[in-house]
Design a binder for this molecule. Structure first.
Ligand code: 5RP
Length: 253
């Protein structure tokens, strides 16, 4: 918040920041209006800075609409969002069949394959997306790409067991073909980022050409012992909503 406040003092930056926030809100509101129907009882809530607008719109549907509904979080942040909005929180083991999950993304390609995990939540996000009948992505216009690894420089997040991170990192750099892969460090490099599951994250950038077949890259990385989950969501999203700067929404099916 401190950084955002100081950025907002520069009028040009402030305009840009508020433009991006409006784009996120627009995408989230439109997706909720299209996909969260009165009959939906179990709803998955993703992570990141776009998802609060999803919850905001759900709350706007009113207490009556949300009576008897249960919301399944994808991590600590989304659990807090649900609780703060005074909505009912549930677990995926209790509700293994979710009607709709709405989540953000770091990059989405023209076939709706996504890079996710910028917030290190991709393991739980994938579980909650897979458990859903319908998985919907919401994002601002910057995430809308033709091909993955063109607009998201950190690349593909890989959640790893801490014990195995050195071995996995070397394999990702040397055998999988991401020589610039790094272990994700916490702010001020105080130590590695630790996920809600107690694991580390490796960020692996790839040449966009390699991402012509993201499922193949996903399969290769998942075979490495010590990898828990990969932030490549292939053939999962039913639709993606991108809020644009001009107040329109691009919807991809
Ligand atoms: C967290 C995620 C987020 O959904 C992704 O990083 C997008 O976040 P934002 O809405 O802040 O752009 O995958 O692990």
């Amino acid at each position: 918040p401190g950084l955002l406040a100081s950025m907002k003092k520069d009028p040009q930056v402030a305009q840009k920041v508020s433009g991006i926030e409006s784009s996120k809100r627009l995408a989230a509101y439109t997706a909720v209006d299209h996909h969260i129907k009165p009959e939906h009882r179990v709803i998955g809530i993703g992570s990141g800075s776009t998802v609060p607008y999803v919850v905001e719109r759900i709350v706007q549907q009113g207490q009556e609409a949300n009576k008897g509904r249960v919301f399944i979080p994808t991590g600590f942040q989304s659990r807090q969002l649900i609780l703060n909005a005074k909505l009912s929180v549930g677990d995926v083991d209790e509700y293994p069949s979710i009607d709709v999950t709405i989540d953000g993304a770091d990059e989405v390609d023209s076939s709706l394959n996504c890079i996710k995990g910028g917030g290190a939540c991709h393991l739980r996000e994938k579980v909650i997306a897979e458990a859903a009948q319908t998985f919907i992505v919401v994002a601002d216009y910057r995430k809308n790409s033709q091909s993955l690894c063109t607009n998201y420089p950190p690349g593909v997040p890989i959640e790893v067991v801490p014990f195995a991170y050195g071995k996995v990192l070397t394999a990702v750099q040397k055998s999988i073909g991401s020589p610039k892969a790094t272990l994700r460090m916490a702010i001020k490099k105080a130590g590695p980022v630790v996920t809600d599951n107690g694991h580390f994250v490796i960020d692996a950038p790839f040449e966009p050409e390699r991402m012509q077949d993201p499922s193949a890259v996903l399969r290769q990385i998942k075979l490495l012992t010590g990898v828990v989950e990969v932030g490549l969501f292939c053939n999962m999203a039913k639709a993606a909503y991108f809020g644009n700067e001009d107040g329109t929404v691009t919807i991809r099916h």
